[in-house]
Design a protein around this ligand. Structure first.
Ligand SMILES: N[C@@H](CCC(=O)N[C@@H](CS)C(=O)NCC(=O)O)C(=O)O
Length: 234
C-alpha cells in the first residue's frame, strides 16, 4: 500500500484558464480518462503564487504537470510524456515511426507558425495595440500560417497527420480557438480548415466545449464592456 509520503500518481496540472496551451492538456487528459487535479496560477506581477511557481518552472509559463514526484514543462513535451506514460489509443501519437514523424512534423512547425503568428496577432490587436500598418503585417503573417494549414497540412487527410486524430490536431485547434479574443476568424474563406476544426470539436465533445467555455465567456464579457464604452475591439 502506498504511503502518503510517496509521490502521487495523480497528475497535478498547473494552468491559467485563459491559456491555450493549458487547454490542450486539459482536453487530452479528459478525453483519455486520465485522472488529474488542476491548480490555477495567478500570474499577477510579484504575486506570492507566481514566485512559488517560478521554482517549478523558471520560465514562469503554464502548462506544467507534476507526476510521480517530477515536473514536466512545455505543452508539447507534456503531451508526448502522457502518450508514453499512459495507455492511450495509438492514433494520438503513433508507435509507427513514419506515422509518428508526420505528427512531429506539425508539432515542430507549430511553434514558429500557428503559435507564434496567432500570439503576436492577439497581443498586437488587443493587449499592446499597435498602429494599423503594423497590425496589417501581423495579420498577413497569420493569414499565411492559416492558409498553409488549410492548403498543405489538411491537403491529404481528414486530420493534420492523416486520417486519424492526433495530438497535432489538439495543439493546432486549441491554438486557433484563442483567436476568438480578436476579430480574426481563421475559418473564414478556408473550407478545409473550417471542416477540420468542426471535426476535432465533434470528436472530442462535450469536453472540447467545456474546456473552451471560460475563453468564450471571457470574450463575451470583454465585448460587452467594450461596446458599453463605445470602444472597438480589434
Ligand atoms: N512554450 C510554452 C509556452 C507556454 C506559454 O506561453 N504559456 C503562457 C500561457 S498560454 C503563459 O504561461 N503565460 C504566462 C506569462 O507569460 O506570464 C508551451 O508550449 O508550453
Amino acid at each position: 500500500m502506498a504511503s502518503s509520503s510517496e509521490p502521487s500518481d495523480i497528475i497535478t496540472l498547473y494552468i491559467d484558464p485563459l491559456s491555450q496551451a493549458s487547454r490542450a492538456i486539459q482536453l487530452f487528459l479528459g478525453i483519455n480518462g486520465i485522472d488529474f487535479d488542476t491548480k490555477e496560477i495567478a500570474f499577477a506581477e510579484g504575486s506570492k503564487e507566481a514566485e512559488e511557481f517560478a521554482k517549478i518552472n523558471p520560465f514562469k509559463k503554464v502548462p506544467v504537470i507534476a507526476h510521480k514526484g517530477n515536473f514536466v514543462r512545455e505543452g508539447i513535451a507534456i503531451l508526448r510524456y502522457l502518450c508514453s506514460e499512459f495507455q492511450v489509443e495509438d492514433h494520438w501519437y503513433p508507435e509507427d515511426s513514419l506515422k509518428r514523424a508526420r505528427v512531429d512534423e506539425y508539432l515542430e512547425w507549430h511553434h514558429l507558425e500557428t503559435r507564434a503568428k496567432s500570439v503576436i496577432y492577439i497581443f498586437s490587436s488587443s493587449y499592446q495595440p499597435v498602429e494599423e500598418s503594423r497590425l496589417e503585417q501581423c495579420r498577413s503573417k497569420l493569414d499565411r500560417s492559416c492558409d498553409l494549414i488549410d492548403k498543405v497540412w489538411l491537403q491529404e487527410g481528414k486530420y493534420i497527420a492523416g486520417e486519424e486524430i492526433s495530438i497535432a490536431d489538439i495543439v493546432a485547434a486549441t491554438e486557433l480557438e484563442q483567436l476568438a479574443m480578436t476579430d480574426y476568424d481563421p475559418r473564414r474563406g478556408r473550407p478545409r480548415l473550417d471542416a477540420w476544426m468542426l471535426r476535432v470539436r465533434q470528436d472530442t465533445n462535450p469536453l472540447y466545449d467545456v474546456v473552451h467555455n471560460y475563453l468564450k465567456e471571457f470574450c463575451a464579457a470583454r465585448l460587452k464592456s467594450l461596446s458599453a464604452s463605445s470602444c472597438c475591439w480589434r
